[in-house]
Design a protein around this ligand. Structure first.
Ligand SMILES: [Zn+2]
Length: 477
């Protein structure tokens, strides 16, 4: 409930707070804005409001009441039109200056550009058209664009479909990519369901979905490209490279560089599962906030791999999450549900979607301290006794057995450290040294295990899902 302040006579004061200082203030009354001198008390109130909200850049709207300044609203992405005209100051520039001075390292030009782009997106009232592969999508339009990524030796053209939803209202430009490894399919189903989520009717900004990046691999059920390259080691690519390099280059140019944020969807390799997990650079504040919002049960602070899409996006200042869940060439219901849910949570966090009254399932994600692999001591037949998400106690929990075909030699598998199983081998025939389990270590693995359980339970309940459920399988069959 807001207090009604009659003495303010319909006027409010917009204080622009940047880095703990009021850099400009205007009085707004009946559609007009004029410069105003504010009192020390008003200044302090505005600065404190920004601080309380944890915002470095914001607009604080005050009313002058008989008992001093009253905060009416704190806006994390205030428009600049009124204030720049009234103050004759280049507020956008001051904000970018502040962001740069506080970013720690000196940002590159590309990072600077990305920051400016994100800032402009957040402060302009109307969305802008976006052009991909020469085709323009106007605000209010949805288009599927086929981006040419090369020719086959049959002389037929090879294209990758990108669906672009350019909304009327401004907001971030988010890309969601899947099947960079051509045999990783969960992401394709995640995108199909995502596009059916009802609240997308109220989407702001621009959404670019790319369900099949590596078309060659997708057709051949293969992780790789015909040049035997791994696309996720070929970024940023080059216009004159081999197939993987060219594809990476086109994808960077047409999608990544036009976006302000990204989510890349993956699964485990063939015959290997992954518990739904986010891998990201959690030391970057913006990325950490997105990862938190996604709320996959487990987060790993993962180093950037040379040549990965994630590394190339980070170099361009684009915050990006990597979601790993399930296994190659299979649909995994829990991974798919957790993926759709996570993306919606991120879109709400980025204010592309309104905050929901009904809370969607979210686990309080736990950050793994580190992770390690348990490898097969011999070439034998492997039986796993533990599921993904299970907690293992160091040298105590029997997690699997490997034996010869007659069962004469049976070797029990234990973990050297306590943790949670976040991935495992599904194929019972293993060679010596092959990875059997991927285990993440936590400060409190009991808490981590509970998070996984609670989240899985919440997602099993179909009434918690955000899209129509007639055509999807149940999770606990
Ligand atoms: Zn992958």
């Amino acid at each position: 409930m807001q207090e009604f302040i009659q003495e303010a006579k319909g006027a409010d004061i917009r204080c622009f707070v940047v880095g703990g200082k009021v850099i400009a203030a205007i009085k707004r009354q009946g559609g007009s804005a004029s410069l105003i001198k504010i009192s020390a008390a008003e200044r302090a109130t505005a600065v404190n409001a920004a601080k309380a909200m944890g915002l470095n850049v914001c607009g604080v709207d005050l009313l002058r009441s008989n008992h001093g300044p009253v905060v009416m609203k704190v806006n994390s992405s205030p428009g600049l039109e009124g204030i720049e005209t009234a103050t004759q100051k280049d507020i956008a520039d001051m904000i970018i200056d502040f962001i740069e001075k506080n970013a720690g390292k000196k940002p590159t030009n590309l990072v600077h550009e990305a920051k400016v782009k994100r800032f402009i997106m957040a402060t302009q009232p109307k969305n802008q058209a976006i052009t991909i592969a020469g085709e323009t999508v106007l605000p209010g339009e949805q288009k599927t664009i086929n981006v040419e990524i090369g020719k086959l030796f049959t002389h037929s053209e090879l294209t990758a479909p990108i669906q672009v939803w350019c909304e009327r209202q401004t907001g971030p430009i988010l890309f969601i990519s899947t099947a960079i490894h051509g045999d990783e399919l969960n992401g394709v189903e995640i995108i199909r369901r995502l596009l059916k989520v009802k609240s997308l009717k109220r989407l702001k900004g621009t959404l670019m979905t790319v369900p099949i990046v590596n078309l060659h691999g997708f057709i051949n059920h293969s992780r790789y490209l015909p040049d035997r390259r791994d696309l996720n080691r070929s970024f940023p690519g080059s216009a004159n490279g081999s197939i993987a390099g060219r594809l990476a280059h086109t994808f960077m140019k047409e999608v990544v560089e036009k976006a302000t944020h990204g989510i890349d969807l993956h699964t485990g390799a063939i015959n290997r599962t992954n518990l739904p997990q986010i891998r990201a650079d959690l030391d970057t504040e913006e990325v950490h906030a997105m990862a938190n919002a996604f709320s996959a049960p487990v987060m790993l602070n993962a180093d950037l791999r040379d040549g990965s899409l994630r590394a190339a996006a980070v170099k361009r200042g684009i915050p990006i999450l990597l979601y790993e869940a399930g296994e190659a060439l299979r649909f995994d219901e829990f991974s798919i549900r957790a993926g759709v849910n996570g993306i919606i949570n991120v879109m709400r966090h980025l204010q592309m979607l309104p905050a929901s009254r009904k809370k969607s399932p979210a686990s309080k994600p736990v950050i793994a301290r580190s992770s390690f692999w348990i490898r097969a001591p011999h070439s034998e037949i492997f039986r796993s006794l533990s599921a993904d998400g299970a907690r293992v106690e160091a040298k105590k929990t029997l997690i699997g057995v490997i034996s010869d075909p007659f069962g004469q030699s049976e070797v029990e598998v234990y973990s050297p450290y306590s943790g949670i199983i976040i991935g495992q081998m599904k194929m019972p025939l293993v060679n010596q040294g092959e990875a059997l389990y991927h285990i993440a270590r936590f400060a409190r693995s009991d808490v981590a295990e509970e998070q996984v359980d609670t989240y899985q339970e919440a997602l099993m309940d179909e009434s918690n899902l955000l899209y129509p459920t007639e055509d999807i399988p149940t999770l606990n069959e």
